[in-house]
Design a protein. Structure first.
Length: 380
């Protein structure tokens, strides 16, 4: 049979064939660009556990912005974030209000980026980024009513100084635009989307300088409804030149549990199973084989990283829960299994819920929020 291309894309950040279950968030962003300066979706916080499609969502936002003739800047939080944003906004030359050249020399005005160890201090970064944004928005290359969209992935890894600098600069640029005499329909604007793990929201907002971000539109990515997953499987498989029955597609959806990354993994491996047999039909056996391969890949890519950064006490709590997984665990049983007090259990229950590793179930029960994390812990 002809060598078709697998339509499923489980690689991190790779655009899937269908952005299932995300249309409301996509509409929020797209409409904000059309609705002008001050539209809520122009400042957005997108959160979700690993594998929920945050990076894919940012890619889609930039695609939408480009289609509406906005300029786009994509960044991932790491050391030097503000410096890279300024450089992206001023590609011809790096304009700085002040730069410190290691070890002690301070050079005001304009310097060349080739000087190497120039860096932005927490005090000068907000003003520098503000100037760079305003200068770029004043360019004729950006049309009337358009602007600049900045997406920042893995925001939880950003330094407090960089977040304060970015928040301050964006706030001032929005104010500068509001105070101009330009008609609203012609005002150029800035949009910024932060994406990261759930706990980043508290860290991002826990600073008086970033209080304006509390008015940002918050969107949390969650599991996709199984009927939507089934439909996406049928559509993607059909468009790739193969077929799958509704029953087998629903079984595949159940195996994925609606977890976006797992959806892509199950789809990829069941499709590949049929391809290796030289078949144009994905059968129940292909779904079984694909789900097994997907689980191994999922544990390596999602379960193991989800536990990174957990403390010994948190791991003890989760291990006690793992005895019951995939069923919920009675909170009283956690106290008994860990031999800890009710206050200890209550404390770490709250922490793990905030970090979206577990969630409340029935009254007095909790369950894992990351699929298969309990089974993974039990097998360690």
């Amino acid at each position: 049979m002809a060598a078709e291309a697998n339509p499923f894309k489980p690689t991190a950040g790779k655009m899937p064939p269908i952005l299932i279950g995300r249309q409301t968030i996509i509409d929020d962003f797209s409409e904000s660009l059309k609705n002008g300066v001050g539209a809520p979706g122009r400042i957005m916080l997108v959160t979700g556990q690993r594998g929920f499609g945050k990076t894919v969502m940012l890619t889609e936002f930039r695609r939408i912005a480009k289609a509406q003739h906005w300029e786009t800047i994509a960044e991932t939080a790491s050391q030097g974030l503000v410096a890279r944003l300024v450089a992206a906004l001023t590609p011809e030359k790096l304009r700085l209000d002040e730069a410190e050249i290691s070890p002690t020399v301070a050079v005001p005005g304009i310097i060349s980026a080739s000087l190497g160890q120039a860096h932005f201090s927490a005090q000068t970064s907000p003003l520098t980024l503000r100037n760079a944004l305003n200068e770029r928005l004043g360019s004729r290359k950006i049309g009337k009513g358009k602007g600049i969209i900045i997406t920042i992935d893995e925001t939880q890894a950003a330094s407090r100084e960089d977040l304060v600098a970015i928040a301050t600069a964006v706030q001032h640029v929005i104010t500068d635009t509001d105070e101009s005499d330009t008609p609203d329909a012609e005002k150029k604007g800035v949009a910024i989307v932060f994406a990261g793990l759930p706990y980043m929201v508290n860290d991002l907002l826990d600073n008086e300088v970033t209080t304006f971000l509390r008015r940002a539109l918050r969107r949390e990515l969650d599991n996709v409804p199984l009927p939507d997953v089934r439909s996406a499987f049928v559509q993607s498989v059909t468009e790739s030149g193969k077929t799958i029955s509704n029953d087998d597609a629903l079984d595949a959806a159940r195996r994925s549990e609606g977890y976006p990354y797992m959806v892509q993994l199950v789809g990829y491996y069941m499709w590949q199973s049929a391809q290796r047999r030289g078949s144009a039909v994905i059968t129940a056996d292909d779904v079984n084989a694909g789900a097994g391969d997907a689980m191994l890949a999922f544990e390596d890519a999602v379960c193991a990283p989800a536990l990174n950064g957990t403390t010994g006490a948190e791991r003890l709590f989760l291990t006690a829960m793992a005895e019951d997984s995939p069923n919920p665990t009675r909170v009283a049983d956690i106290a008994e299994r860990t031999r800890r007090s009710r206050s200890w259990v209550g404390k770490y229950r709250a922490i793990l819920i905030k970090d979206k590793l577990i969630r409340p179930a029935d009254h007095g029960y909790v369950e894992f929020a990351v699929p298969h994390l309990g089974e993974y812990l039990r097998a360690l």
